[in-house]
Write a protein that binds this ligand. Structure first.
Ligand code: NAD
Ligand code: DAU
Length: 360
């Protein structure tokens, strides 16, 4: 891994991954090309203070095949780490089409460009190339309380347009390995949280609303369970897969931190009360609102394969990860203000929450 094309590297996990490679892992033999369309979810604010000379940003769409093909050639890319996607379940319920475009057509376009450059033109030795596809636990559907956690062999049963589009992209990646022997790996990961997460997702939304005294919307009864993973742990798992993972394999990644949404919201309230006391306890701001249609009840990841084969385990407990996340938000007010000023973000809040709040 020397010349790495990161897609979606201006988003939450992608930007943390770029910081991880050049910072925590300090893998300075690497040159990174970050291809990102800078949708509402991507921001160059997420990519400040990177070491000089190892990083190039290209604004563009992964669906633009000529652009992707040109970048592979120009930078002699040997590794693609594919994060770019439409990623928010609620948006996929209100407007599914962009999810099919970015997640399905986008992944297909990258695969075709890689096949052309690496397999047809044989631009690089086959044992030096890798396409890593970043996916989600949501492809496996939902669990009942007593069900065992999802493993790599759990059948796919996606329930939202987002999950279905990611499942489709996973299948495409798998098929390029099976049919063309493209060297691929896939990771399916549970819910991430941490620095630079766009505040449409539960944890950053609750932190920002709580800090400005706004109501804290909990869908349905708040007893849905997610398996929370601090984003740096996810980055480390991907790095392990890239450096030690076996081509053609899928690895499940999770936090071993299963918690009900209401508990997460209450914990964030209590942490904020401690770190930045307000006149009233923030728990008073919690408001139960109309549930998400088709809401998956429980996710849990069995991570024994990646632990056993690659020696990866999450490092952060939920409490430590939440403290680090809140501290980051408090220490980066300019990042918060830039997003809150985005008219697209304000429009989204109105679109997603106004009706919900009225009908609750
Ligand atoms: P995000 O929404 O924060 O970032 C997505 C990035 O992709 C943005 O920078 C956006 O500009 C870019 N992008 C979108 N469409 C594009 C296109 N057509 N061309 C180029 N760039 C485009 O998403 P995230 O939360 O960082 O998720 C990254 C990946 O990880 C996604 O594939 C997602 O499915 C997967 N994932 C996310 C989580 C999670 O909890 N956030 C968990 C498991 C897997
Ligand atoms: O499981 C992995 C997935 O996690 C990723 O693939 C997705 O990209 C990522 O968005 C995330 O999906 P979720 O739908 O689980 O995340 P979200 O933060 O939107 O919601 C987490 C839980 O909180 C979910 O049960 C819905 C609930 N929720 C969410 C919001 C935004 C609320 O109760 N209130 C809210 O306002």
């Amino acid at each position: 891994m020397k010349k790495v094309l990161v897609t979606g590297g201006a988003g939450f996990i992608g930007s943390n991954f770029v910081h991880y490679l050049l910072g925590t892992a300090r893998d300075l033999k690497i040159q990174i090309v970050n291809l990102d369309a800078l949708t509402y979810a991507g921001s160059l604010e997420n990519l400040k203070d990177l070491p000089e000379g190892h990083y190039t940003f290209v604004q563009g769409d992964i669906c633009n095949r000529d652009l992707v093909r040109g970048l592979l050639d120009q930078y002699q890319i040997d590794t693609i780490v594919h994060f770019a996607a439409e990623s928010h379940v609620d948006r996929s319920i209100l407007s599914p089409e962009p999810f099919i475009q970015a997640n399905v057509i986008g992944t297909f376009t990258l695969l075709e460009a890689a096949r052309q450059y690496w397999l047809i033109e044989k631009a690089l030795p086959i044992d030096e190339i890798r396409f890593h596809h970043v996916s989600t636990d949501e492809v496996y559907g939902t669990l009942d309380p007593e069900d065992p956690a999802f493993s790599e062999t759990t059948p796919y049963a996606p329930n939202s347009p987002y999950a279905a589009s990611k499942a489709a992209s996973d299948h495409l990646v798998r098929s390029y390995h099976h049919t063309y022997q493209l060297p691929v790996t896939i990771s399916n990961c549970s819910n991430n949280y941490g620095p630079r997460q766009f505040p449409e997702k539960l944890i950053p939304l609750i932190i920002l609303n709580a800090l400005s005294g706004k109501s804290l919307p909990v869908y349905g009864d708040g007893q849905q369970i997610r398996d929370w993973l601090f984003v740096t742990d996810h980055c480390e798992a991907i790095y392990k897969i890239l450096t030690q993972g076996v081509s053609g394999q899928t690895y499940n990644i999770g936090g071993n931190n299963q918690s009900a949404n209401l508990t997460i919201v209450e914990t964030v309230c209590d942490l904020l009360d401690e770190m930045q006391p307000a006149a009233e306890p923030r728990r008073n701001l919690i408001k139960f609102v109309t549930d998400r249609p088709g809401h998956d009840r429980r996710y849990a990841m069995n991570i024994s394969k990646i632990d056993r084969e690659l020696g990866w385990k999450p490092r952060y407990s939920l409490t430590d990860g939440l403290i680090a996340t809140v501290q980051w938000m408090l220490a980066n007010p300019e990042w918060v203000v830039a997003i809150q000023k985005q008219s697209e973000y304000q429009t989204w809040l109105t679109k997603n929450y106004d009706k919900r709040e009225k009908s609750s």
